[in-house]
Design a protein around this ligand. Structure first.
Ligand code: NAD
Length: 298
């Protein structure tokens, strides 16, 4: 079993750190929020008073932070962890950030002799709690293999997409596709409903036809069609509109830089951004279904 310094114990990081502690790893945890810190100590992690004390002497440092600047400041800022870490430690950043930020942080750490992989996740809060996340890694093969010692206790799939930063790119490709499928499925269901069709029956038809996709299979956006999904719980729980809008912004930023043509990704980014601005940022991303109501019913 390993020693792990875990920083960022929010909706995702909290249950991930708890699963590591339950699996028998010695987890030294830190978060700016005392409430978040208290929750993981119940699962067996030790609460630390600073990020520096959490990473001192551990085998692995895992971070699960909101955005680029949090990760850059923590590792590279004044008094950043780069000055404290050694070549015996491996940094695993699970946050969803831009590939540029991952490359910047990873390259600086590796130049200082410290191993780094980016390992953003798919699977949401449910996957974090159940320990069934998918880790999409970027980094050299040796470091990704080394990371499996802790990633396997928080998830069920570990993929290596390529070198440092590649995990972040694969993650935004997936989420861009997911947003397109969600918007397309919502449009089709709204069109059927506007013509008097039962959305349950229409969903069953499309599930056995060429429109079949993941959102119809396990995440139907129309309330009442499927049990146990956010659409049947007032769009609470699940993956927030704010986070989808953030990921789609990262995808567009990257598409501009790479010269990729992503008209559907651009459109879904605008739809999610606008839906968030209308006050739905904390709802599940399947709530985009309501944005697409027939005009006469709005
Ligand atoms: P969150 O806001 O719930 O948690 C972030 C935590 O980081 C907070 O507890 C905050 O106090 C802490 N924090 C911020 N700066 C810190 C610092 N300098 N030192 C210590 N702690 C600090 O966010 P989340 O939902 O857990 O998401 C974390 C990351 O995972 C994001 O990059 C997000 O895009 C990604 N992600 C989230 C989901 C999801 O469904 N929530 C799914 C996949 C990926």
């Amino acid at each position: 079993m390993a020693t792990v310094g875990f920083i960022g114990l929010g909706n995702m990081g909290g249950p991930m750190a708890a699963n590591l502690a339950k699996a028998g790893h010695q987890v030294k945890a830190f978060d700016l929020s005392e409430q978040a810190l208290a929750a993981v100590t119940e699962a067996g992690a030790s609460a630390m008073s600073t990020a520096r004390s959490a990473v001192e002497g551990v085998d692995f440092v895992v971070t699960m932070l909101p955005a680029d600047h949090h990760v850059k400041n923590l590792y590279l800022g004044s008094d950043g962890l780069i000055g404290l870490l050694s070549d015996k430690q491996l940094v695993i950043d699970c946050s969803t950030i831009s590939s540029e930020a991952a490359v910047e942080v990873g390259t600086e750490l590796e130049n200082a002799g410290i191993g780094f992989i980016d390992a953003p996740v798919s699977g949401g809060v449910g996957g974090a709690k159940a320990g069934t996340l998918t880790f999409i890694c970027g980094g050299n093969e040796e470091n990704v293999d080394r990371a499996r010692a802790v990633l396997n206790d928080m998830g069920k799939n570990v993929f290596r997409a390529g070198d440092i930063g590649a995990g972040q790119i694969a993650k935004i490709c997936n989420n861009m596709l997911l947003s397109v499928l969600m918007v397309g499925t919502s449009e089709a269901l709204q069109l059927g409903k506007a013509n008097g069709l039962d959305p349950q029956v229409l969903s069953e038809i499309m599930l056995q036809s060429s429109g079949r996709n993941w959102t119809l299979e396990v995440y139907n956006p129309c309330p009442g069609v499927m049990d146990g999904v956010p659409s049947s719980n007032d769009y609470q729980g699940g993956f927030m509109v704010d986070l989808m809008a953030k990921d789609l912004g990262l995808a567009q930023q990257n598409a501009l830089k790479a010269g990729a043509t992503t008209p559907m990704g651009s459109l879904t980014r605008n739809l999610y951004h606008s839906w968030a601005q209308q006050g739905h940022g904390r709802q599940d991303f399947s709530s985009i279904f309501n944005y697409l109501q027939p005009v006469t019913n709005k």
